[in-house]
Design a binder for this molecule. Structure first.
Ligand SMILES: [Mg+2]
Length: 249
């Protein structure tokens, strides 16, 4: 076992220990990373890169003779992302209030949401949440606890959550949060298939929507955009704007 593999295993053990102390009763519910920009929260429940890193760390067999060509370089992975907004798209307050009252004041936006996320994973896609939040203090702690609960509820789905906390380049409709994700994939040796990547969000500029930040971020990044009603096949009366906008080119 080489140093790289050992450090990966140590990291996984450390994350498990952190989880045990931060969320009693929910071991393995995920970790918040501290290595990114302060205004961008980053959580994941399973590291989709870890298995790939472990495989990459295995030594290549030496060539049997000097004339034998060296092994071909490892092919880069390629993946399509399923990008989701959080509030009003994947979840909503179960209290019925507009804003959640506590960490556990949430329910799936529709009962089919977990099924759809599992279908994404079964199709080989990676599930990533891109959310705008205005949080600090106790409300931020509640929000983090809620994210762990959500991840625990769908423990079989590798999910990564990003939240833009400030009014900066990471906040939708800016595309800094997406660019951070793409850079992270590139640095780990993965290509993202943007033509097959979509973004689902409820801030779509329809009548009654609070804003159009989700639709505009998709537009700014040239991503296919869908409303949750369209994506989860739910009725929505008289949409004032199209429910899906395909990326151009
Ligand atoms: Mg929303």
């Amino acid at each position: 076992m080489n140093n790289h593999t050992t450090s990966l295993i140590n990291k996984r053990i450390l994350e498990r220990v952190i989880n045990l102390f931060t969320m009693p009763g929910l071991p393995g519910a995920g970790v918040f990373c501290r290595d990114g920009p302060p205004s961008l929260l980053h959580f994941y429940n399973r590291d989709v890169f870890a298995d790939d890193d472990a495989a990459a760390s295995l030594p290549s067999p030496p060539p049997e003779s000097a004339s034998e060509p060296s092994p071909t370089p490892r092919r880069r992975n390629r993946v399509a992302l399923s990008l989701y907004d959080l509030d009003g798209t994947l979840i909503r307050p179960k209290s019925g209030y507009k804003f959640p009252r506590s960490a556990d004041d949430w329910m799936w936006w529709h009962r089919d949401v977990p099924k759809r996320l599992r279908a994404d994973v079964a199709a080989g896609r990676h599930v990533i949440v891109l959310s705008n939040q205005n949080l600090n203090g106790r409300v931020l702690r509640d929000w983090k606890e809620k994210i762990r609960m959500i991840a625990h509820e769908i423990d079989d789905v590798p999910i990564r959550v990003f939240a833009a906390l400030d009014r900066d380049k990471y906040r939708k409709p800016n595309i800094g949060m997406l660019e951070y994700v793409l850079r992270m994939y590139a640095e780990r040796g993965w290509d993202v298939d943007l033509r097959k990547t979509f973004f689902v969000g409820d801030a779509a500029g329809r009548a009654g929507d609070h804003c159009s930040d989700d639709r505009n971020m998709a537009h700014n990044a040239n991503l296919t955009f869908r409303t949750p009603e369209f994506h989860f096949n739910q009725p929505f009366p008289l949409p004032k704007a199209p429910d899906e906008v395909a990326a151009v080119g």
